[in-house]
Design a protein around this ligand. Structure first.
Ligand code: MSP
Length: 469
């Protein structure tokens, strides 16, 4: 049976895994867990992008062969994702020989179909981005991403005839057959296609750390073609014939061009089905500034998790601002988010269990009867609107807290109104289980702790007071 196939981008292996990548992968992990709980056979893939001039340079600077260099970097990613409790189905590496072989065979197919041409090309090239820029894409003559002047570079390259697919892609995106979301990103892409697409160079001369271009040992396959194909070659790499097409690619808005234009064009050229949906999330700044090595403000997921725990970090990332938009994060707001979790959810659980114990309320069998109950967040999740999904859940917690305050179980107990007392506490008890079920994809450990305590009736703080420096 076809798997429900969700992907993150494959991250540049010479980046330190930071909270920007964490943002992306936490979202995918949450979706994967959510759909799994709905009974889908989810295949959730992440991985690393390991080829290109930059990586070869970094390996050299470290006195290592590129392969040894990248091998040494993989554990950093795996550890970071482990600390965030990411439960991926497979970890992709572009240096996997099966991937390399398949990428070559795909390029050969493109050649055979007449979609590749050799041409002389001269242009402004940014090594940082590993791509050519047009004059009007530069910012004061500099690469908008790296703020460095691109170099004039001329070479004979193989070109993929992207322009031929403009009309087809436009039609598929406009009709929704290929869903590009959110709306702002869809409009951006539609606008770009309407301006016209140029053919793109898909080989590099002088970049030896890459997959050899079929039939030309002086050129390697452009890293982005190599990287995008990961989503498709995964079937071969993981020996799973039931993946493609992907149901969802979650990417950052910086790489939507590659995913919503180049990738579909390659697939159309190959007569392969297109992914169902591409969602581009926003970018965040830290305390109003772009995260950068130079500014030294890169947030390390492992450090944050050490201090706050994986679940509060996951919760914070997905609730701080709308997923499709840009936003800002800071340690200060992470702390208040932690506090809110503790006040809303932690306290509700503690006080409810304490009262159940104190007043000897019989709750046996309640959970069994309602074990699948959860808050309906289907619409929000289908739109990747994590913030509002979480607001619904925490809003429901607040309602429970208010219900307790209004019903005053302690007064009911004093007045001997045992039936009402049991009803109030049983209702909240049952709803706590619903809350735990709903929170599970977002905060798997917390949900488990809640459920364990609801069963044992043994309250323990789930968000312990932390020393807030
Ligand atoms: N290797 C390519 C992807 C190839 S996929 C076929 C790449 N890698 S990356 O490591 O630079 O970026 C991976 C993802 O992290 C991107 O989707 C990017 O948007 C995301 N983020 C990096 N910094 C981020 C923020 N500050 N905020 C939100 N997302 C960020 O691009």
């Amino acid at each position: 049976m076809k798997k429900f196939y969700i992907t993150t981008p494959i991250y540049y292996i010479n980046d330190i895994p930071h909270i920007g990548h964490g943002y992306n992968i936490v979202a995918c992990d949450t979706l994967a867990r959510y759909y799994q709980a709905k009974g889908k056979d989810v295949f959730f893939m992440t991985g690393v992008d390991e080829h290109g001039a930059k990586i070869a340079e970094a390996a050299k600077a470290n006195g290592l062969e590129p392969q040894d260099f990248v091998d040494g970097l993989v554990p950093k990613f795996k550890e970071a994702w482990k600390s965030l409790n990411i439960n991926y189905s497979a970890f992709f590496r572009t240096t996997d020989p099966k991937h390399e072989e398949e990428v070559q065979s795909v390029v050969k197919r493109l050649q055979q179909k007449g979609y590749i041409e050799k041409r002389e090309y001269e242009g402004l090239y940014c090594v940082g981005c590993e791509r050519f820029y047009k004059e009007d894409e530069l910012k004061d003559g500099l690469c908008p991403d790296h703020l460095k002047a691109p170099v004039l570079h001329s070479e004979e390259n193989y070109f993929f005839l992207l322009s031929r697919f403009a009309r087809d892609i436009l039609e598929k995106i406009e009709s929704g057959e290929l869903e590009v979301a959110p709306k702002a990103r869809k409009n951006e892409i539609v606008g770009k296609i309407k301006q016209g697409l140029e053919d793109i160079s898909v080989s590099r001369a002088g970049v030896s750390w890459g997959i050899p271009f079929p039939g030309d040992d002086k050129q390697t396959i452009y890293v982005w073609v190599d990287a995008l194909l990961n989503y498709y070659t995964a079937e071969k790499v993981f020996d799973s014939s039931d993946l493609w097409p992907a149901d969802l690619h979650v990417v950052g808005k910086d790489i939507i061009w590659f995913h919503a234009i180049i990738w579909p064009a390659i697939l159309l050229a190959l007569d392969l089905p297109l992914p169902k949906k591409i969602y581009a999330h926003g970018f965040f700044t830290v305390n109003g500034q772009k995260m950068s090595k130079t500014l030294g403000n890169i947030l390390d997921p492992k450090e944050l998790v050490k201090e706050y725990g994986a679940d509060p970090v996951r919760y914070y990332l997905l609730s701080a601002f709308p997923f499709g938009e840009d936003g800002d994060v800071s340690l200060e707001s992470l702390r208040s988010s932690y506090q809110k979790l503790s006040n809303d959810i932690g306290n509700l659980l503690q006080r409810t269990l304490s009262m159940i114990n104190k007043y000897g309320i019989e709750v046996k069998g309640v959970i069994e009867k309602n074990s699948d109950d959860s808050i309906d967040i289907d619409k929000e999740m289908s739109e990747l609107d994590f913030m509002n999904a979480l607001r619904k859940i925490t809003g429901f917690c607040e309602e429970q807290n208010k219900y307790i305050a209004k019903s005053e179980p302690w007064v009911l107990a004093k007045e001997g109104k045992n039936k009402e007392l049991a009803e109030v506490l049983t209702t909240v008890y049952k709803n706590l289980y619903r809350i735990a079920n709903s929170l599970e994809p977002f905060m798997p450990d917390t949900a488990l702790k809640m459920k364990t305590q609801l069963k044992s009736l043994n309250p323990e703080p789930i968000f312990p007071r932390i020393d807030l420096r």
